[in-house]
Structures are given as structure tokens and as C-alpha cells.
Design a protein around this ligand. Structure first.
Ligand code: ADQ
Length: 492
């Protein structure tokens, strides 16, 4: 069984969701999140095929090609699949476990069974569309068994797996009753990619511990310095599986498509600031509404700064855009109601008639509007408790190539490793967030040269490490470990 596509990306979600308009007709709308933002330009470049769930249960629309030339191949999931695989095992077990237990994961063997079955379904679909010898990039924590299943089903494929979220420490991971099966599933790939060297180390440590239990794997980490990488020291390793295959494991920090981040017109930025009442300082937060992103802590920080007089409510506004996400899961409902209660309370305490201090949007907004928000914001607030990378921070920096603006960034976001000139904060400590916000605001007013230098250094970093570098490094690594070199960059 094989298809005609030489380059296949497989992810839990398609880059578009099938939605129903109020009049009952259907349309495809962009699906939210960083995975789509990063992968879409790469798929367009390859004119490849994207296999994924269309966002609604029990139907599988026919495959179709987008106007950009990408083939979308929907996978049908039942409502029971959706509940056990997506809401259950992926988002109530793995997501909290991989984000260092910000909430308690649920370990449920029924969900695990569904997770396995759904990974099998995805494997069948990939086997159907992928050409002989095709490159298949498997994305993220929902599909960690897929590399192993595909290896059995289609040994001809070149398989890369990339994890978009953190990989936690081995001692924490060992809580998972199915840790060994997941490690074995991942090691079906030719190359395993993580954002950061520390996630690579965590995975290797777990592999060592698991192989001690089963005797099936030997981890042989060694350190590689990769050509052309000035900032990030790559840790690469080879893991040899029981059947003698070598699996490359390395850090590939994901990034954004800088070409797609053209600055908005000055009039649009001025108009937005006018709508906000032309405040002296505009703060901005942009996140999926997820408990990992620290939105509530950011709001509480803002409230305390207004209360203490460190920020003047007549001179400052906070714009918070929160994309709806996983809304049927209890912890997400709680996170949303806490955020909305705080927005209401802060406005109740500090707004003037017709002049809110917090402008809150709970919806997705078009990319061009988002760019205007980034460009209009003096200070960007990224205060995640834990984040694999965080593309929002990089998008903001991309739109401040003139050196304007300041970035407050959680030290627990992967992006902090690269954007080290940001005003870093510990999101578990409100005093630390407060200090970072006040320093960032103060720098713009009193130390503009230093603020500008910081922003320009971060802009250089993002310009030199965009998503195309990520994709070409990952691609040449996959080719190298599966025994076929590509032209271009030297493999890691
Ligand atoms: P996310 O958790 O979704 O991604 P992030 O990396 O910040 O987080 O990406 C969010 C993306 O969604 C950005 O491109 C942003 O512009 C967009 N976005 C957010 N809110 C929006 C809104 N209201 N309207 C329109 N667009 C909006 C996961 C991991 C991250 C990792 C990425 C990529 O959790 O750690 O950086 O994958 O690997």
C-alpha cells in the first residue's frame, strides 16, 4: 500500500478546521496554535501532503488541495476517539505531565487504549498517501506511537518526529504507566527532534532508564557542535535500538517565517493606539487560553502594579488576546473563568467610563490584525509557567526590527534560551514578573539606547534562525539518518 506524496506531515489537527456557519453551511477556518504557524510555510515550499483530523468527529471529508498547492488528507475520528485520545490521553494526561505537572495528570488505561488505536488509524492513513521512500514528519505528543507503527508498516519511509512541547525530566516521566511503550514508539523514527538541548538530555536519560528495565535499547549520548550555530550548543546523540538501527536525537529550536511578518502600515498602528485612547504605554499578551501560559498571573501582576501606583491607570493599557482552546476540559474552563473574572475586576477597579485598562478578546484574530497589535505594543508579556518554545515572543521581536519595544519573557519558555536579552522573569513569583514589567517600561522611557540594543540583538537572532533553517536542518538530519543525504546544509 503506497501513495504518491513524497513529503508528508502528519499532525493531530489539519491546519484548517471544518466549521459550520450559523446558516448551516460549512467552511474551513484556520486552526489555532504554534504547530500550524511553523509547519505551514514548510509544507507550501514542498507542495506536500498534510494528514490530520479535520476538527469535527465522525466525518472525513474527501482529500483536497489548497490554493497554495498543499494536499489536505482528513482522518476520521469518532466521538469516542476524540474523548479518549484527544481530550483524555493527549490533553489530560500527556499535556500536564510534559508541562511539569502544572495540573495533576490523569492516568487512565481506557484512554491509553484509545490513544493506541488512534495512532494505528493515523498510521493507516499515512501508509496510504506516502509514496515509496517518502519523507514523513510526525508531529507532537498526540502521535508518539506513530513512528514505531509506521516502521513496521512501511520500512521504506524516512521518518522524522518532532516534539513541539517540553520533554520533562526522567524522574517525573516515570510516573507514566506506559513510559516504555512511548519510548519504543518514538524510537521507530530515524530522527527525533526537540526544541532544546535540555529536552534532549531528558529524553536520553529516560531512554537509558527504560532500556535498563527492558534491555532493548542503549543510549549513547555524545556532544556535537554544529556548524553555523553560534548561539545554541546542540546536543546530539545516537540511540541504537535492539535491531541495530541508529536513531538521531537532537535539538532543533523551532522558529517563525520572518517573510510573513511584514510590518503593518504606520496609519494602522496609529489608529489602533487612537482607539485605545493614545495611552503612553501599551502592554500586550497573546496566547491560546491555556493554564500553562500564565495569563492569570500576568493580570494579577498588572492589577498589583496599578494598585501600588507603579503603573498609572490613566497612562497604560493592557491588551490581552486569548484564543479559545480545549474548552470542554475542566481545567481549561476553570482557567478561562479565572482570567475573565480578573479582567472584569481590574476594569471595575481602575477603568474610566469608555476607557478600559484591560482590553480582552477571547477569539482568534486574522494574522494582519495580530501584526498590528504586535507593532503597536510597547511591551510584550510572555509569562508562561512552561512552554516548549513560544512563537509569540519571536513574532513580536520580528515586528520590532527598528529596535522599538520591550519583551518580558518567562525563563521557563524555551524561547528564553535564544532571546536572552529579554527582561526575564520567574512566572511563579509575582514580584519577579512585576520587576521585569517595571524595568521594561522604565527602560523605554529612561534607557532607550539599552532597550533598543536588546531588541536589535533579539531581532538578529530571530532573523538568523527562522523556520526555514529549522526545516532544512531537520530535513537533512532525517535524510542522513535514514541513509540518504540531501543536497544543501550539512546534516546534524
Ligand atoms: P502554542 O502553545 O500554540 O504552540 P505558540 O508557540 O506561542 O504556542 O504559538 C501560538 C501561535 O498562535 C502563534 O503563531 C500566534 O501568532 C498564534 N495565535 C495565538 N493567539 C492567536 C489569536 N487570538 N489569533 C490568531 N493567532 C493567534 C505549541 C507549543 C509551543 C511551541 C509551538 C511550536 O506549546 O511551545 O512554540 O507549538 O512548536
Amino acid at each position: 500500500m503506497s501513495g504518491t506524496n513524497n513529503f508528508v506531515v502528519v499532525a493531530n489537527r489539519l491546519p484548517v478546521d471544518l466549521t459550520t456557519r450559523p446558516d448551516g453551511t460549512e467552511e474551513w477556518t484556520p486552526s489555532p496554535g504554534g504547530l500550524v504557524a511553523a509547519l505551514w510555510p514548510v509544507l507550501q515550499e514542498h507542495q506536500g501532503c498534510w494528514v490530520g483530523w479535520p476538527g469535527v468527529s465522525d466525518i472525513a471529508p474527501a482529500s483536497f488541495r489548497t490554493s497554495e498547492g498543499v494536499l489536505l488528507h482528513p482522518v476520521k475520528l469518532t466521538q469516542a476517539d476524540f474523548e479518549g485520545f484527544y481530550e483524555g490521553f493527549s490533553n489530560a494526561t500527556l499535556w500536564p505531565l510534559y508541562h511539569d505537572l502544572i495540573v495533576q495528570p490523569t492516568y487512565d488505561s481506557d484512554w491509553w487504549e484509545v490513544y493506541r488505536e488512534v495512532n494505528l488509524k493515523f498510521a493507516d492513513e499515512v501508509a496510504e498517501v506516502a509514496a515509496e521512500g517518502a519523507t514523513v514528519w510526525v508531529q507532537d505528543y498526540q502521535l508518539q506511537l506513530l513512528p514505531g507503527i509506521l516502521r513496521q508498516l512501511r520500512p521504506d519511509l524516512k521518518i522524522g518526529f518532532f516534539l513541539h512541547i517540553p520533554f520533562p525530566g526522567a524522574d517525573l516521566y516515570r510516573q507514566l504507566p506506559w513510559r516504555e511503550e512511548i519510548v519504543r514508539g518514538l524510537l521507530g523514527a530515524d530522527v527525533l527532534g526537540f526544541h532544546l538541548p535540555s529536552y534532549v538530555s531528558n529524553f536520553l536519560e529516560l531512554t537509558r532508564q527504560v532500556s535498563g528495565e527492558t534491555g532493548s535499547h542503549t543510549g549513547q549520548p555524545d556532544e556535537l557542535l554544529v556548524e553555523g550555530e553560534a548561539k545554541i550548543r546542540e546536543i546530539g546523540a545516537t540511540v541504537t535500538t535492539a535491531d541495530g538501527r541508529k536513531v538521531g536525537v537532537a535539538a532543533f529550536p523551532i522558529s517563525i517565517d520572518l517573510n510573513a511578518m511584514q510590518p503593518p502600515a504606520d496609519e494602522d498602528v496609529a489608529q489602533l493606539r487612537g482607539v485605545l485612547g493614545n495611552p503612553e504605554t501599551v502592554l500586550l499578551g497573546v496566547d491560546r487560553l491555556d493554564y500553562t501560559k500564565g495569563i492569570l498571573q500576568r493580570l494579577l501582576t498588572f492589577e498589583e502594579l496599578l494598585e501600588s501606583g507603579a503603573l498609572d491607570p490613566a497612562k497604560v493599557v493592557l491588551m490581552q488576546v486569548a484564543t479559545p482552546s480545549r474548552e470542554r476540559i475542566e481545567q481549561y474552563r476553570v482557567a478561562r473563568s479565572q482570567v475573565e473574572e480578573a479582567v472584569g475586576r481590574i476594569n471595575g477597579r481602575f477603568a474610566q467610563m469608555g476607557r478600559p485598562v484591560v482590553h480582552y478578546l477571547h477569539r482568534s484574530i486574522p494574522k494582519n490584525e495580530l501584526r498590528t497589535l504586535y507593532a503597536a505594543a510597547d511591551v510584550m508579556l510572555v509569562t508562561a509557567f512552561k512552554d516548549g518554545m513560544n512563537l509569540v515572543a519571536k513574532e513580536y521581536v520580528a515586528l520590532h526590527g527598528d529596535g522599538s519595544g520591550s519583551l518580558v519573557l518567562s525563563e521557563f519558555a524555551g524561547a528564553a534560551v535564544e532571546l536572552e536579552q529579554a527582561y526575564l522573569c520567574n512566572p511563579h513569583d509575582l514580584e519577579s514578573i512585576k520587576r521585569a514589567v517595571v524595568t521594561a517600561v522604565d527602560a523605554l522611557e529612561h534607557y532607550p539606547d539599552s532597550a533598543r540594543e536588546r531588541m536589535l540583538a533579539m531581532h538578529d537572532q530571530v532573523r538568523e534562525h527562522d523556520v526555514h533553517l529549522w526545516a532544512s536542518s531537520f530535513e537533512s538530519s532525517t535524510a542522513s539518518f535514514s541513509g540518504q543525504e540531501t543536497a544543501g546544509e550539512s546534516p546534524r
